[in-house]
Design a protein around this ligand. Sequence first.
Ligand code: 15L
Length: 272
Amino acid sequence: MPAADRPRTVLLTGAAGGMGTLMRDLLPAHGYALRPHDIRPVAGAPDAFVSDLADLGAVREAVRGVDAIVHLGGISVEAPFEEILRANIQGAYHLYEAARLEGIRRVVFASSNHAVGFTPRPVGDAPLIPVDTPHRPDTLYGLSKSFGEDLAQFYWDRHGVETVSIRIGSCIPEPTSVRMLSVWLSPADGARLLHAALIAEDVGHTVVYGSSANTRLWWDLAPARALGYAPRDDSEPYAAKLIAAEGELSPDNPDHAHLGGHFCTNPPVWPH
Ligand code: 15L
């Protein structure tokens, strides 16, 4: 995208959350003026928009005048259906309605690997998991991310709002489990990927996986690279310590059978 057309003012929902906090630090260096949004006050951002995604009027106010939206907001682990419905399903719908009504043309949607969490993890020489693998949500949370991807497709087909849906792995400063060696997205690569998703041209609705260039990668990063994403990090330096503590992934451990890991067996619940 020509520099003059690139988005500059970006609404960042979920700005008080784990990834939101990391991205508030890292995205401005890519040229963005962020407008933070969350349901809770955002530490260090007294000017943040604080409102509930269940309130369409407030979401419209939050999106008004921005060039693009990065939607990290909502519940990020398992929760009762009523809570997922309000924060993630109705919340995402309101976000897209607000974008349509306010003329915002680009959304980057934080989908999750848990939209396809029951996909068996590749073992040995098995091919990487492609982005067009069928949805196999591992939780109500994952189901809400499958819905979000369909919502994004609908708003592109029906209303011309473009989206990059990123099936994010684990975006935290360091991997903390052997599974995360495969699905880790370093915060710096997370910011690189969001930036690529914000400035790539003609994305329509594009689904990509979001992880670093991990040696033990499970999924195909080619669609993300096609947007211009060039990951620089790899979890491998953390491998020896994590494997010494936990052992290698085992075919006998049900927590190791699928992409979603323990979300398939014993998901963490909200609030956590
Ligand atoms: C997610 O989608 C969650 O939001 C995050 O809390 C992590 O648990 C991550 O997936 C993961 O798969 O590790």
